[in-house]
Design a protein around this ligand. Structure first.
Ligand code: XMP
Length: 523
């Protein structure tokens, strides 16, 4: 029997840090499976989870108050190595007999720590020499007295106890954030914990994730039929490729052309998922442009447009799925951050509330069983297995495209003529970005249709026509973003092409707003 790749795993106890997911992603990157659970997870759950080690995240609270989160006793009872990061280290110090105080200096950003070369945990940095390490700090409190069993293994100018360890118990604490890329050798530090100290072998690889997912899908759906809404985006494409490997033509993918897609998008999906391309699946394309555009006619409000597009998609998809005989499963591209986020919402702890659940109503309405093969994966892992499954790089690394598509990029009322104009403008922008090798340097780039008449001169005549805005942003998480500093001559070239090649555009502008206060999309 093969080894279960989830067997050697770590538990990440979440105290609410903005970096908790980063910790998990970095641990997975070093080949170790881990899950994030809240600090108040039930003791029985923690015991049954049987991790090989625990990482305590940072968090926004202070342990100098008595009613703030603490490390559950069940974690100590596991008898496995523990690594406390920032708040996690402070809680460990406080609960095991040390002292934590509010610091006069709030340390935020880069800091230099001095690491003892004989530290069991950190001694391997700088090739075993110890010494200075440039790290990322973000804290107000600090440990001023380590519990008696711990020795101090690192200090900074303002935090005399920047790392501590109790070697015989294998308890470690770091005040800085090894999960943040600004921390030098941060990944080595997490690897040291997950692989060497907790003894996990690195079973979590693209190949093993795919193998495991295929086995699970086969076990779950058996010989029954599955339907999947294929959008052409990364997540649904990877689900399609996985299911196709696992169950072949028991799978039917439904691709809905809502009239609000980008140029050539439909053709690309049809090409990428043609049965000849080493995939075996049934692909149904539904040409529903009229249905969507008719329903949108005369509607101005962005949220109303989103609702109409979302509901129409459900109608069309449901209708199409009912044409397939004997379908019992609906596949969805839900990924791990969605799972964590919806768990946090249920617990009333969500910091972030998204209103982008495009097809949220689908499973309920359809009375189908749900299969979600990406539920435990982060986006970067989805991309890795997408490549492993042979999907084109262009598809796997394409920018996100919102469910309502061009519907929220044509301000106000949407018409087919405007959609056609915007499609052309957008295609020119993306084509030029790719030609100039700029596409991968920005996180998202697109054109927006502004229905404001602006004057232009063509030949000797005045012409009043609409405006195209170009938007390109750099962002890590799409929650905050800054406008991309694209070269001026590049923007000018794109603008010239758009104005000259497309009738009905008199002017092109570049959006330099940051998010916040602006958003990435214009609606
Ligand atoms: P905003 O405009 O909120 O966008 O700054 C953040 C990210 O979300 C995408 N977005 C959407 N995605 N349905 C989606 O699937 C939507 O209604 C929607 N609105 C915005 C946006 O493209 C960006 O990546």
């Amino acid at each position: 029997m093969s080894i279960d790749i989830h067997d050697q795993r770590l538990l990440i106890v979440d105290f609410g840090s903005q970096y908790t997911q980063l910790i998990a992603r970095r641990v997975r990157e070093v080949g170790v499976y881990c899950e994030i659970h809240p600090y108040d997870a039930p003791a029985a759950f923690i015991a049954e989870f049987r991790p090989r080690g625990v990482i305590l995240s940072g968090g926004p609270e202070t342990v100098t108050n008595t009613d703030t989160p603490r490390i559950p006793q069940a974690v100590f009872d596991l008898g496995v190595p523990i690594l406390g990061i920032c708040y996690g280290m402070q809680a460990m110090a406080e609960q095991l007999g040390g002292k934590v105080q509010a610091s006069d200096v709030h340390e935020f950003g880069h800091a230099l720590v001095e690491i003892e070369s004989d530290s069991e945990f950190l001694g391997m940095i700088n090739d075993g020499e110890g010494g200075e390490l440039s790290v990322w700090m973000s804290h107000g409190d600090k440990v001023v007295e380590a519990p008696s069993e711990f020795r101090v293994t690192a200090k900074t100018e303002s935090a005399p106890i920047a790392a501590m360890e109790w070697t015989s118990r294998r308890y470690f604490g770091v005040q800085f954030h090894p999960e943040v890329t600004h921390t030098q050798q941060g990944s080595d530090i997490l690897k040291r914990f997950a692989r060497d100290i907790c003894g996990c072998e690195g079973l979590w690889t693209a190949a093993s994730i795919v193998e495991d997912a295929i086995a699970k899908i086969r076990e779950t759906v058996g010989a029954e039929k599955v339907v999947l809404g294929l959008s052409g985006g990364v997540d649904s494409s990877v689900v399609a490729a996985l299911l196709s490997r696992a169950i072949g033509d028991q799978l039917t993918c439904v691709f809905v052309d809502n009239g609000l897609l980008r140029k050539n998008e439909r053709e690309e999906v049809e090409r990428n998922f043609a049965p000849t391309n080493a995939l075996s699946l049934n692909l149904v394309t539904v040409a529903a442009e009229d249905e969507f555009l008719d329903k949108l006619a005369g509607v101005e409000d962005p949220e109303a447009k989103r609702k109409i597009i979302g509901n129409t998609f459900i109608d069309v998809f449901d209708r199409e799925a009912h044409r397939i005989e004997g379908v019992s499963w609906l596949a969805q591209g839900t990924i791990y951050p969605d799972v964590i986020e919806s768990a946090a919402t249920q617990h009333g702890k969500a910091h972030v509330i998204k209103s982008h659940h495009n097809v949220g109503g689908l499973p309920k309405r359809m009375h189908l069983k749900l299969v979600e093969p990406l539920r435990e994966l982060f986006k970067d892992e989805v991309r890795k297995i997408g490549l492993h499954l042979g999907l084109p790089r262009e598809l796997v690394y394409r920018h996100p495209f919102p469910g309502p598509g061009l519907g929220v990029r044509i301000l106000g009322q949407v018409s087919r003529i405007q959609a056609d104009v915007l499609r052309e403008a957008d295609a020119i922008f993306l084509e030029e970005l790719k030609a100039a090798n700029l596409y991968d340097t920005v996180s998202q780039a697109f054109a927006v249709y502004l229905p404001v008449k602006s004057v232009g001169v063509v030949g000797d005549a005045r012409r009043y026509a609409d405006v195209i805005a170009l938007r390109a942003v750099e962002t890590v998480d799409f929650m905050t973003a800054r406008s991309a500093h694209l070269p001026y001559d590049f923007i000018e070239r794109v603008a010239n092409r758009i104005i000259n090649e497309i009738q009905g555009v008199s002017r092109v502008v570049y959006d330099v707003s940051s998010k916040p206060p602006a958003t990435i999309e214009w609606e």
